[in-house]
Design a protein around this ligand. Structure first.
Ligand code: SF4
Length: 61
């Protein structure tokens, strides 16, 4: 499973809080997915996607 943060992140921190194993802030304060989603983190990664207030996170098989 892979995650991607598209343009439009408002730096709210919800995804980083929900799944820090996949999401982090880059040097510009924008969230990025920095790791493949390991099986044990699929659920929190999907929760992070659903928690994004501007719906800019894609999670794909
Ligand atoms: S939840 Fe969405 S808006 Fe908030 S930091 Fe993550 S990608 Fe950005």
């Amino acid at each position: 499973m892979k995650a991607k943060v598209n343009e439009g992140c408002i730096s709210c921190g919800a995804c980083v809080a929900a799944c820090p194993e996949v999401f982090r802030f880059n040097d510009d304060g924008i969230a990025e997915a920095y790791a493949e989603v390991a099986p044990e983190y699929e659920k929190p990664a999907l929760e992070a996607r659903d928690a994004c207030p501007v719906s800019v996170i894609d999670v794909e098989e």
